[in-house]
Design a protein around this ligand. Structure first.
Ligand SMILES: *Cc1c(COP(=O)(O)O)cnc(C)c1O
Length: 384
């Protein structure tokens, strides 16, 4: 098996069960999940509150279309809007992250009457044709071209280039507040503010793709709240239903009022929205975003101490952590999995991405750090 197969194809670890931050194979081997669920389980695997909500709902009413009011959908809308910054008052559910970004781009185009989208280098917004057009990597795009046109890419984090790109013909600027797939790239201070000012002046929509950064991972429910910037649209998915397939967007009134018709058959289905409501409610009532900030700071500090000069940088926010290695990330991810029973994700060639559930405690963070030290800096002393 090549390194490439290991990360993008199947891995020889058949998973049978999950609980909290751990996954288990049939024979009971325990794996610490710091990436296997791609930020989809902020509360940890099979969280009781979500399991119970889903089990009750699936038995009571599995599906009815979104033109009929259903309590779980109403509750999920209310929970999502309440969790978002003031001014983002209308929500819509879909089935995935790419679909949330498709909706955002369509809504931005129809509400502004313009068509140009400004996106960033190293962005990842999904793999359906519209979101793919705003995604940076050629590997994902080239075989499928031509894609939906009118996307201009600017270097992520560069305010001057962004200023040059945004004009009266811009429908939307779409950015991840911290880039995930692209390598855990944190923009310089002031960058998101500049994006806000430019889009305000141009009458364009500012779209923050929080599919990976949202749901408490960076220490606030939404990463834009850390920066104090309210976009016109937030897109979400991944952790939104703690593992159930659901995406959503929250938008300002001018977007909702100006948007032309868009919908999906499964939009806001009762079962997934029961999961959304249970997930958001539990995250907020039990204050997991604040925990994510604390445990993330602890984890990052311990990683820096343990790995020292063996790595180039440890960066990120909360439990969205990237470790810039001095060697290939695929191999390190493989060694962590097969030798240390720790599951992590590469993000680009040399960045290892750690996305543990928000609920990890210090001893689990220590386990992650010790596994990383053993694989990356084996000649150093454990710091126990
Ligand atoms: C994963 C991801 C997407 C795509 O989500 P899917 O549910 O896989 O379609 C979009 N944007 C970001 C930032 C992501 O991390």
């Amino acid at each position: 098996m090549s390194d490439h197969d290991f990360v993008s194809g199947s891995k020889p670890i058949p998973i049978a069960r999950g609980e909290g931050p751990y996954l288990y194979t049939d024979d009971g081997t325990e794996y610490l999940d710091a990436g296997a669920s791609y930020a989809c389980t902020p509360l940890g695997h099979s969280h009781p509150a979500v399991v119970e909500a889903v089990q009750e709902q699936v038995a009571e009413l599995t599906f009815v279309d979104s033109s009929y009011p259903v309590q779980s959908r109403e509750d999920a809308y209310a929970a999502l809007v309440a969790s978002a910054p003031d001014g983002l008052d209308q929500a819509w559910f879909c089935n995935s992250g790419t679909e949330a970004n498709e909706a955002a781009l369509k809504f931005a185009r129809s509400a502004t009457g313009e068509s140009t989208i400004v996106a960033a280098t190293r962005s990842f917004h999904g793999r359906t044709m519209g979101s793919l057009a705003a995604t940076w990597k050629d590997k994902y795009k080239k075989p499928f071209e031509p894609l939906a046109g009118d996307v201009e890419f600017v270097p992520y984090g560069d305010s001057e280039e962004l200023t040059d790109a945004v004009d009266d013909e811009t429908a939307a600027v779409i950015l991840e507040p911290i880039q995930g797939e692209g390598g855990i790239n944190v923009p310089p201070a002031g960058y998101l503010e500049t994006a806000r000012e430019l889009t305000d002046d141009a009458g364009a929509a500012l779209v923050f793709d929080e599919v990976q950064t949202g749901m408490g991972r960076t220490g606030s429910m939404w990463a834009c709240q850390n920066a104090g910037i309210t976009p016109d649209i937030i897109t979400t998915a991944k952790g939104l239903g703690n593992g159930l397939p659901v995406g959503g967007i929250v938008v300002r009134d001018w977007i909702a009022d100006g948007a032309a018709s868009h919908n999906a058959t499964f939009s806001g289905g009762p079962v997934v929205t029961a999961a959304v409501d249970a997930t958001i409610t539990t995250l907020i009532e039990e204050e997991w975003p604040a925990h994510a900030a604390e445990i993330g700071e602890y984890l990052t500090g311990e990683l820096e101490d343990a790995l020292g000069d063996s790595v180039r940088e440890v960066r990120g926010d909360g439990v969205l952590v990237g470790v810039e290695l001095k060697r290939g990330a695929n191999r390190v991810a493989r060694d962590l999995a097969l030798e240390q029973q720790v599951l992590a994700l590469p993000a680009g060639r040399t960045v290892l991405r750690l996305l543990p559930p928000l609920v990890i405690d210090e001893s689990e963070a220590d386990q992650l750090v010790e596994a990383m030290r053993t694989v990356i800096a084996p000649d150093t002393e454990a710091n126990s």
